[in-house]
Design a protein around this ligand. Structure first.
Ligand code: NAD
Length: 460
């Protein structure tokens, strides 16, 4: 698909900027209509979304529908159900004279014109969920899908204009080179989903205009398996997180720390479940998601070639189809190639580590987006929470914490800033504006503030 020209970017930007200034996006009716239309856009195009993701990633409909269609529709319904409550003025809790007599309140105002940039691994969800937040907040927006999922990008560019208000919500297409021009516009908010490296570029580009940013960045989430865990279930769930989308998930499991006393049992269980998910050992199932492109395939291939660890499961891969079988590598040490960057793929490095060693390694590195503890001990869970930091935490499973309704989803430190989902997404696109109206009669109390300052007037 060809990229938007600078003239097209200008036209789109000027249009959504003018629309924001015209105030048409502020009434609730406009927002509700766009939210409803988004739901229908997904409903009417669900099979085309399945097909697009199948073309881009060989993703199976069973992986696509719950996330890129039903997941976004559910977010639409949540926004529709709560928009009145989210947008309502709030009263400050304290009862000082300004609150009591000045009618102090906090207005929820749209930040303005937003740029939403997404990644390719869940290209509809990562673009449309923040868009719903922007719409609910009353912003206008330009959507920039990832160029690495071209069938999805093309479909997004086709359907958005058919369903949504074109004066307020536009799609532009761009690769990394064209992003400079887009990022030089004066945005009121940028919502970015992608790698930590590009997140830093976005942050720097936002700085000259003092544009606020939400950065949903890279993962590198560890799993820690202690002897107290249900080892079979831990393996079943971790294997699932690596198999789904070929491990190309920001909240996937990057590497596993396993206590040596349970390691062999854990690896045997992992192998059993990977066999099951593949419908038999060494199968390249037709339903397996492939690696997104040749560059990422070669990146994973190189990391695996360089590892000092031992492949104990899988390792089979095919550069022609970009199928990369789930691959378990044992005996990985902390200086191994497999720990040099976020894997974002189906390789699972296993490190021998006690809980303390796992925590020590984790706290010495960037805060991950997600952290997974597999343990039945409350004391161990408390220890993990007390001593580490991460965007989110899930005990005894992976990924599921991001499904919690009304809870923030986002990173911390190198895994991002800001959060979304439900009211938290709404807040990212909202300016909280404090308003107070000071009555004349409050002079009775306020008169002490005026000069000349005398002892008689001293208040403190
Ligand atoms: P990426 O950072 O390469 O690209 C993301 C977006 O940025 C794309 O739209 C791309 O066109 C744009 N981009 C790329 N280079 C750019 C540049 N130099 N200047 C400006 N824009 C540029 O990431 P990706 O490969 O699309 O996605 C994988 C990464 O995203 C992983 O690190 C993954 O963990 C992360 N991710 C995070 C989340 C989350 O919610 N935290 C979700 C999905 C993916």
């Amino acid at each position: 698909m060809s990229y938007s020209s600078e003239a097209q970017v200008d036209e789109a930007f000027n249009t959504v900027s003018d629309t924001f200034k015209s105030n048409v996006t502020k009434p609730l009716e406009w927002r509700i209509k766009q939210l409803r239309k988004t739901w229908w856009m997904l409903e009417d195009n669900r099979e085309r979304i399945v097909t697009a993701l199948n073309q881009d990633l060989n993703k199976h409909r069973q992986e696509t529908l719950p996330v890129d269609v039903a997941g976004v529709q559910s977010a639409c319904l949540e926004a529709l159900a709560h928009i009145k409550e989210w947008t309502k003025d709030e009263k400050p809790r304290q009862t000082d004279p300004f609150n009591l007599f000045g009618g102090a309140r906090i207005r929820k105002e749209p930040k303005g014109v937003a740029l939403i940039i997404s990644a390719w691994n869940y290209p509809f969800m990562e673009l449309f969920e923040p868009m719903l937040s922007a719409i609910a907040a009353g912003c206008t927006a330009i959507l920039k899908p990832s160029e690495l999922a071209p069938a999805s990008e093309k479909l997004i560019a086709e359907i958005v204009p058919k369903y949504l208000d074109q004066s307020a919500i536009r799609v532009v297409t761009a690769g990394p080179k064209q992003m400079n021009y887009l990022l030089e516009r004066k945005w009121h908010h940028i919502f970015f989903t992608g790698s930590t490296a590009v997140g830093k570029i976005i942050y720097a580009k936002a700085a000259p205009n003092l544009t606020t940013v939400t950065l949903e960045l890279g993962g590198r989430g560890p799993a820690i398996v202690t002897p107290s865990a249900d080892i079979d279930l831990a393996a079943k769930r971790i294997a699932n997180a690596k198999f789904m989308n070929a491990g190309q998930i920001c909240v996937g499991v990057n590497h596993v720390f396993v206590d040596p006393s349970v390691k062999q049992k854990f690896i045997a269980a992992l192998s059993k479940y990977f066999d099951e998910y593949r419908s038999g050992q060494s199968r390249q199932p037709a339903y397996a998601t492939r690696i997104v492109n040749e560059r990422h395939y070669k990146r994973l291939d190189n990391l695996l070639e360089k590892t000092q660890g031992k492949i104990v499961y899988g390792g089979d891969r095919n550069p022609e189809t970009r199928f990369f079988g789930p691959t378990v590598v044992d005996g990985v040490t902390t200086d191994d190639s497999l720990l040099s960057e976020e894997l974002f793929g189906p390789i699972l490095p296993i490190l021998d580590a006690t809980l303390e060693e796992a925590i020590n390694y984790t706290v010495k590195h960037d805060h991950p987006l997600a952290l997974y503890g597999f343990t039945s001990s409350q004391a161990e869970k408390d220890k993990i929470l007390r001593l580490t930091s991460s965007g989110g935490v899930c005990f005894n499973d992976a990924i599921l914490h991001m499904l919690v309704k009304d809870a923030p989803f986002g990173g911390v430190g190198a895994s991002g800033m800001g959060a979304y989902h439900g009211p938290f997404g709404f807040k990212e696109f909202t300016h909280l504006r404090t308003v107070v109206n000071v009555p004349a009669w409050l002079e009775l109390l306020l008169k002490v503030r005026y000069a000349p300052y005398t002892n008689k007037k001293a208040v403190a």
